[in-house]
Design a protein around this ligand. Structure first.
Ligand SMILES: Nc1ncnc2c1ncn2[C@@H]1O[C@H](COP(=O)(O)OP(=O)(O)OP(=O)(O)O)[C@@H](O)[C@H]1O
Length: 299
């Protein structure tokens, strides 16, 4: 449904995207994850026909046709990273404008405002909207057509819980309807919740393609437990190190890297050794460290 075939994009001498091959199938939601400047927006723009690859092609729809062809636009709906609408128009007028442009039935306006949880604010001028409400309006416009391909660039940034719910509902419905969804995010929680697969880009290269749940597993495996103890029993450092290489005792602080099971075992060990815990914190793994690892230290 969306197929990137060895797509590269250079801006002058700068390589934004390098040999990307990736497929998003019907009824599949794929997340693009990666540090700032790793090529996520360039990837979506290439699929939307807004950026012309220096090499390779993007094919859209069934039967597949090049995204660069103007007709291919009909098969997609695209939510850009930054949306802007005329401030003097009401939210409803904005959605109406795009509905007519798409030649869709009148009922669609209300549906789209509802999907984006904006119905209460539809009569207000865009100039009075908060940043999150403008973003929801962008979502309403993206939700208008039943396009087979849905491209969402950071759809959840700056949204509150109700706004997040609207994005989730839109993606889940699109999947159920057999559409192909490609979205970008910096939030592991969104990705875990929505994505069937996760494509990780670092420096314009696809460095990993993870299945559902794999991201959470990889992040959990890169967690760390920090505990402050009242008294450090003799030999505690060695015992912890045999449980988790890299574990360390620094003053009254115990630091144990590892997955959730290792962290639980470390707590048990502290209890058995008679080290009373005064303070406890557990962190899941950091995305930036995972990017570095996946990119072989290049991130
Ligand atoms: N029009 C342009 N001209 C020159 N360089 C560009 C242009 N658009 C993007 N780039 C560069 O291409 C690289 C990839 O940018 P892109 O916007 O795709 O990254 P991204 O992964 O979406 O980043 P972010 O997470 O910050 O949104 C960056 O180094 C960026 O500076």
């Amino acid at each position: 449904m969306i197929r990137f075939e060895r797509v590269s994009k250079r801006y002058g001498r700068h390589v934004a995207l390098s040999g990307l091959s990736l497929e998003v199938r019907r009824g599949e939601v794929v997340a693009l994850l990666g540090p700032n400047g790793s090529g996520k927006t360039t990837t979506l723009k290439a699929a939307a026909g807004l950026v012309h690859p220096s090499e390779g092609t993007v094919m859209l729809g069934e039967p597949p046709r090049p995204a660069a062809e103007p007709d291919a636009r009909r098969t997609l709906s695209y939510l850009p990273q930054k949306v802007a609408f005329p401030e003097a128009l009401t939210g409803r007028e904005v959605v109406e404008f795009y509905r007519r442009l798409r030649g869709l039935g009148a009922a669609r306006t209300d549906e789209a405002l509802h999907v984006a949880a904006l119905n209460g604010a539809g009569a207000r001028q865009v100039g009075t909207y908060s940043g999150g409400m403008v973003q929801r309006l962008g979502l309403a416009v993206a939700a208008l057509p039943d396009a087979p391909v849905l491209l969402l660039d950071e759809p959840t940034s700056s949204l509150d819980t109700a706004g997040l719910g609207a994005v989730y509902a839109l993606a889940v419905r699109a999947r159920r309807e057999g559409r192909a969804v490609l979205f970008t995010s910096h939030q592991p929680a969104d990705v875990e919740r929505l994505a069937d697969r996760v494509a990780v880009l670092v420096g314009g290269r696809l460095v990993a393609l993870l299945g559902r749940g794999e991201l959470a597993e990889r992040l959990a495996a890169r967690g760390v437990l920090r505990a402050r103890v009242e008294r450090v029993p003799p030999g505690l450092g060695e015992r912890l190190a045999s449980l988790a290489p890299g574990a360390a005792v620094e003053g009254d602080q115990v630091v144990v890297p590892g997955d959730a099971r290792t962290r639980a075992a470390a707590l048990q060990l502290l209890a058995e050794a008679g080290a009373r815990v005064r303070q406890l914190a557990a962190e899941e793994g950091r995305l930036d460290l995972l990017y570095q690892e996946l990119a072989g230290g290049d991130a």
